[in-house]
Design a protein around this ligand. Structure first.
Ligand SMILES: Cc1cc2nc3c(=O)[nH]c(=O)nc-3n(C[C@H](O)[C@H](O)[C@H](O)COP(=O)(O)OP(=O)(O)OC[C@H]3O[C@@H](n4cnc5c(N)ncnc54)[C@H](O)[C@@H]3O)c2cc1C
Length: 257
């Protein structure tokens, strides 16, 4: 069971089409988490509290050193937490509980880690960036696979591009499900950064199918859309021979309340 903490909104900003970034301050320095985990926001809604889970998109170092926590929220039309969070102003307070979740890097290093996220499902991997740098220095091969509809839905692109630019054993893939992508799109939207990514028109599952993955030395993380996670997990088991324990999953299932 996680504890309850009070957070204060520092700022809210647009990350991509229909995706807002949130930065909260944590007056309580006792909040500790492992990168990859999520929190449960306690949203006041019509005299009740509804609970909604969100992955932490910033590293534990930012929380320890500056008392800050970041999240990315894909706005759902008519969604209650989506509306509440959109209307929050800097200085407003919000309760959260946590941390929760087991989508965390293993203590025993595999020689390859594949991190797959659709939409805001990429957030936990952004929180892992300082650790991923350490793993890359220890020769671990890292593939970050981001799935979004179109370039306007892409975010945290610069963070992952920079990581891939720093290490030859880190590969960053972007899969656009709805749009053929040319480099000029990246240039025009200032997203282009030294070509340290590979963009494709495909679903993340299609890319996984194309990658040469050895289940004996590889762990795959899947985060985000539940349908993607189910399809990718079946593919990894049936096509690539992965035992299910080497496929770590965090499904962004919708709340029933
Ligand atoms: C472990 C975990 C981590 C999560 N992390 C994140 C995160 O980092 N970022 C993030 O944005 N979300 C995340 N989610 C999803 C998040 O918790 C909420 O479910 C989401 O923000 C919608 O909440 P809401 O209150 O705005 O919508 P609700 O009021 O719950 O839903 C309103 C209506 O919209 C429908 N609906 C809800 N979501 C969708 C959707 N995606 N597509 C189509 N219809 C929908 C519902 O069926 C309902 O009819 C996570 C979920 C889990 C379980």
């Amino acid at each position: 069971m996680g504890s309850t903490y009070q957070m204060t909104l520092v700022e809210q900003y647009e990350l991509a089409e229909n995706v807002l970034g949130f930065r909260f301050s944590l007056p309580d320095t006792s909040f500790q988490f492992i990168s990859g985990q999520f929190i449960s926001l306690q949203i006041p809604w019509q005299q009740q509290i509804i609970k909604r889970s969100y992955s932490i998109a910033s590293s534990p170092l930012l929380a320890q050193k500056q008392g800050l926590l970041e999240m990315s929220v894909a706005l759902v039309e008519g969604g209650r937490a989506s509306q509440y969070l959109t209307n929050m102003q800097p200085g407003d307070q919000l309760e959260m509980m946590g941390p929760y979740g087991r989508l965390i890097l293993p203590e025993q290093l595999p020689s390859r880690i594949v991190l797959v996220g659709t939409g805001t499902g990429i957030a936990p991997y952004r929180a892992m960036i300082p650790e991923l740098k350490q793993l890359a220095k220890q020769d671990c091969q890292i593939d970050i696979v981001m799935g979004v509809r179109t370039p306007s839905h892409l975010f945290y692109h610069q963070d992952f591009s920079e990581l891939a630019a720093e290490f030859t054993n880190v590969h960053y893939w972007v899969c656009f499900s709805r749009q053929e992508v040319s480099d000029s799109i990246f240039d025009s939207e200032h997203l282009h950064l030294n070509n340290h990514y590979t963009s494709k028109k495909s679903y993340v599952q299609t890319l996984l199918s194309e990658l040469d993955l050895n289940p004996e030395n590889t762990i795959v993380f899947l985060c985000g859309n539940p349908a993607m996670i189910d399809a990718a997990a079946v593919l990894l088991q049936n096509e690539k021979g992965f035992p299910i324990k080497q496929v770590r999953r965090e499904k962004y299932v919708l709340s029933s309340s």
